[in-house]
Write a protein that binds this ligand. Structure first.
Ligand code: B3K
Ligand code: ZN
Length: 886
């Protein structure tokens, strides 16, 4: 039995629809699980106390239990053995047509964790056992009604070889442990909180803990344990510090106290996602929990802080109050992402956090909204739920909850959250339940707002302004439209909160007066109609509107700003986010005009307005180095591509490169000075000011080497050799390895691998740097690196580091006109379809986004999709490929 292979389902998997939701026919009061762990023949003996659900709408339904790749050893109902005549078994289910209203079912099955390369259910990672049950992994462990609206109390007994698996963990509290015959031992865990099966977890292995504790607001002591492999013990401190900060933050900001006496986190190397919020026993991808300055970058530290907090926050938004069905996934994910964003904003620079979130949303999520897999924040159907752990559910979902908080105001939003947690504690609920709490505490009618959950696609808001010098009025007109998405040709106008101000000549916000109503200097305007106008009075001169401050809604906002107005907003807008965005708009205009020149075969010439805006930034006194670093970054090629209906990959790349080298050459001295001012040979420090200085310095280094000047490359080499932390070392390595002449980076790449070959996480960076090298030799390198001893197709981090990095961070070479990138990706997807369907179906996405490409590339991409389609596809890939080729 091979779970990964048998994950391949029938050729035509069927969709599941939200509108067909029915309450469960049976409830599970108690579950007792007994695991006899063995690599290829684990026995799982479960005892379920079942009863008919009084809320079920239909009588006498059979009992249907989910189960996949399970070998039945024994079945007993109320102590009586069942024979094959008593049940039906399909590839997906065990059905008992006739059962009493209340009974005990005992099930013994055998599973094969070692050959479980799909990494769902129970599997082995670096020899240790671990589980991943969300969304539907529990059915690969035992037969069970595997749906989130069945909450049950779990007791788990684990039996294993003591020397190989000295540590045995599960959810809740340890209630018994001891030694057994034959070198075995056992542990028994009890979770007092009823939970859906997707929150179940088990870990067994040779692990070591770093321990700490947290005293909650009511004075209870909670033991904190971070379990890792021995060689990673020195990488735990940051995660534990982040965890304690998150626990305190959730008490102070949402009134949420932790509820068990112990909170455990386990780091594993083979993991499909970032981490998993299992009750009291989080399982983490080691890349999202381990961090130490010599081997991890500041960005990695930031990621650890945010993922640790995210999983912790799920204890309330997800675990105590959970989802009724998987269509409601964003109920827990969108809200929890918002909570982790708010936490990170409080821990770090709020403006920088926002800039980074929005950059990601506007490139990756907007691209999802514009592609064949576009879906609403609450989808109406799915074939494979794993395909819906998307940026739309997570990031756009967070934006939707953020808009609610903008509309309600901070205090009322908090009241709504309090009401939601109090009213639905211990229940499985819907997005409607959440929004109803917000409507109730605010008195707002949020019915139109619900369209954000049901309508896919990125709304476009076109703003325009007319100043009337005689009347001294300024009329701002806002028009909205949402483009059609697959299955949703017609869209309704949404309720869009647009936070705005009017900036006057002296750079101050002008108090706003609209038809006799006084608005103060900043206001959240509610755009509800397809078109709305606002006339502002008593304006002595034409103001510059600052719109969508803080990115108050996930929309594309256009306004015909002049270059002068943008340069003005870059320095004068009181909103930090909009200052940055004005710079991005100015850079966009300049690069877009280079794209046009390139397409027309003209000699490229960079808009001097951009050079002078950069010069001004570089010469001004540095008040906030973290923001300055962000402001000095040009829009990415992915974001540029988002601006076009028809994407000219090569012209965008040429134009970006030209802008980069022109600015670098013109302002070399300024970049160098800034680099030197922020370079320090002092000891590494985690302080925000030190992080900001490293960021700014490394952004400057990237600019300097863009000139390819030997002295700039020497500077990078020097930094590489002298670095006492990974942020500086990796930034320098990237500069060297991305130099036009491939031989420039050779020595540093070799030194790096020599230094770090034993550290799996650092090796991920080494793969990525080479995969993202923006020259055509990258693909051959990637192919060669697949044979490297540190690479494995079975490890998702490695697949992401090498293959995804090439596909997603090396656009111009992935889209090479000879189709080599497409063919390579298709080969990898076909290979992963067997090994790990979840990873395969994520990896294929860039190939499905052919609509905006030129005809030649469209055809080449479709040829590869058709080739993949010939395979016996997993449900995951089937769904994505079907949508792409529709
Ligand atoms: N809830 C998990 C994701 C599970 C992924 C299942 N394919 C991590 C998180 O969002 O916190
Ligand atoms: Zn989550």
């Amino acid at each position: 039995m091979n779970p990964a292979q048998t994950a391949i389902t029938t050729p035509q998997p069927q969709p599941i629809f939200l509108k067909n939701y029915l309450p469960p026919a049976f409830l599970v009061q108690q579950v007792h699980l007994n695991f006899l762990l063995d690599s290829t023949q684990t026995r799982v003996i479960s005892r379920l106390e079942l009863e008919r659900n009084p809320a079920s709408t239909q009588a006498n339904l059979p009992l249907e239990l989910d189960g996949q790749n399970l070998k039945i050893i024994n079945l007993q109902l109320n102590g009586q053995c069942l024979t094959e005549a008593d049940y039906q078994l399909t590839e997906q289910q065990l059905i008992l047509p006739q059962v009493p209203d209340s009974f005990v079912l005992e099930i013994e099955v055998e599973i094969d964790p070692l050959n479980n390369t799909a990494l769902e259910g129970l599997y082995q990672s670096s020899g240790n056992f671990c589980t991943q049950c969300e969304a539907e992994g529990f059915r690969r462990i035992t037969f069970y009604p595997d749906r989130p609206d069945i909450l049950s109390k779990f007791t788990t007994r684990i039996e294993a070889d003591k020397s190989r698996f000295p540590v045995l963990l599960s959810n809740g509290n340890l209630i018994a442990q001891g030694d057994l015959d034959n070198g075995k031992h056992f542990a028994e865990w009890q979770d007092p909180f009823p939970k859906p099966a997707y929150l179940f977890a088990l870990v067994a292995g040779n692990l070591h803990a770093v321990k700490d504790s947290f005293t909650t607001c009511s004075g209870r002591q909670v033991a904190l344990e971070l379990w890792v492999e021995e060689q990673n013990l020195h990488k735990c401190e940051h995660a534990l510090r982040s965890l304690k900060a998150a626990m305190q933050w959730d008490e102070e900001n949402y009134g949420r106290e932790y509820d068990l006496d112990i909170y455990m986190i386990v780091a594993v190397d083979d993991f499909n996602m970032g981490a998993m919020e299992n009750k009291g026993l989080n399982v983490f991808n080691s890349a999202c929990v381990l961090a130490e300055p010599k081997s991890e970058t500041d960005a990695a530290f930031n990621r650890v802080e945010s993922v640790v907090a995210h999983e912790y926050f799920h204890n309330w938004s997800g675990n105590r109050v959970t989802c009724r069905d998987w269509f409601q996934l964003s109920l827990k994910e969108g809200f929890t992402v918002l909570r982790d964003q708010q936490f990170s904003a409080d821990m770090n620079s709020a403006a920088v956090e926002r800039i980074q979130q929005v950059s990601m949303l506007r490139t990756a999520q907007f691209a999802e909204d514009a592609g064949p897999t576009a879906h609403p924040v609450r989808p109406e159907s799915y074939i494979e739920i794993n395909n819906f752990y998307t940026l739309t559910i997570y990031e756009k979902g967070a934006e939707v909850v953020r808009m609610l908080s903008e509309l309600l105001g901070k205090e009322t939003f908090r009241k709504g959250a309090d009401l939601y947690f109090a009213r639905f504690d211990g229940q499985a609920v819907t997005v409607d339940d959440f929004v109803a709490c917000m409507a109730e505490v605010s008195g707002l009618d949020l019915s139109q707002f619900m369209l954000w959950y049901s309508q896919a696609g990125t709304p476009e808001v076109a703003a325009s302004g007319v100043y009337n010098p005689t009347e001294k009025t300024y009329t701002l007109t806002l028009k909205q439209r949402t483009p059609a998405t697959p299955g949703q040709p017609v869209k309704q106008p949404l309720l869009i909160p647009i936070k705005m101000g009017l900036v006057g000549a002296a750079g101050v916000n002008i108090p706003m007066e609209v038809n006799g109503e006084f608005w103060s200097t900043e206001r959240v305007v509610q755009l509800k109609e397809a078109e709305q106008s606002f006339t502002f009075h008593h304006l002595e001169a034409e103001p510059v509107p600052s719109l969508l401050r803080g990115f108050s809604a996930p929309v594309k906002l256009s306004f015909d700003y002049s270059r002068e107005q943008l340069a003005f907003l870059m320095t004068n807008d009181s909103d930090g986010f909009n200052r940055w965005d004005a710079g991005q708009r100015l850079a966009l205009l300049a690069i877009q005009s280079l794209v046009a020149q390139q397409q027309a075969g003209e000699t490229l010439e960079l808009d001097p307005a951009l050079t002078s805006a950069y010069e001004k930034l570089l010469k001004a006194p540095v008040s906030d180095p973290a923001i300055l670093a962000e402001m000095l970054l040009l829009p990415s090629e992915a974001y540029l591509a988002e601006q076009y209906e028809q994407v000219d990959i090569d012209a965008i790349h040429q134009a970006s490169e030209f802008a980069r080298t022109s600015l670098a050459k013109a302002l070399y001295a300024e970049f160098l000075r800034l680099y030197q001012d922020h370079h320090s040979s002092a000891d590494w420090s985690p302080e925000a000011s030190a992080v900001a200085a490293r960021r700014l310095k490394n952004v400057c280094l990237t600019w300097l080497v863009a000139t390819e000047k030997p002295e700039a490359l020497q500077l990078a080499e020097q930094q590489f050799k002298q670095a006492n932390n990974m942020t500086d070392q990796l930034a320098a390595l990237t500069c060297l390895a991305h130099a036009k002449d491939a031989s420039v980076g050779k020595e540093a790449l070799e030194a790096f691998v020599k230094q770090w070959s034993q550290d799996a996480l650092v090796m991920d960076s080494w793969f990525s740097v080479q995969a993202s090298r923006p020259y055509p030799d990258a693909l051959d390198k990637v192919k060669t690196l697949q044979a490297h001893s540190a690479f494995s197709m079975k490890n998702p981090n490695k697949v992401r580091a090498l293959i995804s990095a090439f596909v997603n961070q090396n656009r111009v070479n992935f889209h090479a006109k000879d189709a080599s990138g497409y063919q390579f990706l298709a080969d990898k997807v076909i290979e992963l379809n067997q090994l790990n369907p979840q990873i395969a179906s994520r990896l294929v996405i860039p190939l499905t986004r052919f609509k905006r490409m030129d005809k030649v590339r469209q055809n080449l991409m479709k040829i590869e999709l058709e080739r993949i389609k010939q395979e016996k596809l997993s449900a995951d890939l089937f769904e994505v490929i079907e949508k792409a080729l529709q």
